[in-house]
Design a protein around this ligand. Structure first.
Ligand SMILES: Nc1ncnc2c1ncn2[C@@H]1O[C@H](COP(=O)(O)OP(=O)(O)O)[C@@H](O)[C@H]1O
Ligand SMILES: [Mg+2]
Length: 168
C-alpha cells in the first residue's frame, strides 16, 4: 500500500520575495493593507531585528495610521482602533507563562472583528489560534527574504487578491 503521499497544502508555501532595505519592506507590507479582512491571524517569524515590527508598521501606514508604531515587546500587545476594526500587534518574545495568556484574556483578542499580528508565535505554541497567513523573514547580508505561507482558505484568498493586484 502506498503511504499517503498527497501534498497537504494546509501550510502552503507561496513565494519568496527579496526586500533590499527598510523602504522596500514598508512598501511591501503597505501593499497588503487593503486586502486584510477582519478575523485574520497573521504570524511573523524571524530572528530579532529581522523586520517583523517594520512589517506591521507598513501595514498600519497602509491602513492610514500615522502615529508611532511601537514594538510591543514589553507589554506584549499594542492596540490600534480603526473605524471598522481592531488591529492587535502582539510580540510574545518575553512570554513565558501560559497563565499569563489566560489572565490577560488574550484569547478574546482573536475574534471576528479584529486582525491579529503575532511576533514570536513559537512562544505560544498551541494556545494560539491557527494562523491564516505567516510571513517568515530571513536576514541576508544585505536586505531580507520574506516567505509567505497560507494556513487557511481566508489566508489563501487574501494572498490571491494581493497577488492579482501586483500583476496589474
Ligand atoms: N528589508 C530590509 N532590509 C534591511 N533592513 C531592514 C529591512 N526591513 C527592516 N529592516 C531593518 O531591520 C531592523 C528590524 O527591526 P524590527 O522591525 O524591529 O525587527 P523585529 O521586529 O523583527 O525584531 C530595523 O532597523 C529595520 O530598519
Ligand atoms: Mg519586533
Amino acid at each position: 500500500m502506498l503511504l499517503n503521499s498527497t501534498h497537504s497544502d494546509s501550510n502552503h508555501q507561496d513565494g519568496v520575495y527579496y526586500l533590499a532595505d527598510e523602504a522596500a519592506m514598508l512598501d511591501f507590507s503597505n501593499s497588503f493593507a487593503s486586502f486584510l479582512q477582519t478575523g485574520l491571524v497573521i504570524t511573523l517569524v524571524g530572528n530579532l531585528g529581522a523586520g517583523k515590527t517594520t512589517l506591521v508598521r507598513g501595514i498600519l501606514h497602509g491602513l492610514g495610521y500615522q502615529g508611532i508604531v511601537k514594538s510591543p515587546t514589553y507589554n506584549l500587545v499594542e492596540i490600534y482602533k480603526f473605524s471598522r476594526l481592531y488591529l492587535y500587534h502582539f510580540d510574545f518574545y518575553r512570554f513565558n507563562d501560559c497563565l499569563e495568556w489566560e489572565e490577560a484574556g488574550f484569547r478574546e483578542y482573536f475574534n471576528s472583528t479584529s486582525i491579529c499580528f503575532v511576533e514570536w508565535p513559537e512562544k505560544i505554541g498551541n494556545l494560539l489560534p491557527n494562523a491564516d497567513l505567516q510571513f517568515s523573514i530571513e536576514i541576508l547580508e544585505t536586505g531580507r527574504n520574506i516567505a509567505i505561507q497560507t494556513g487557511t482558505d481566508a489566508g489563501k484568498q487574501c494572498l490571491e487578491y494581493w497577488r492579482n493586484q501586483k500583476k496589474t
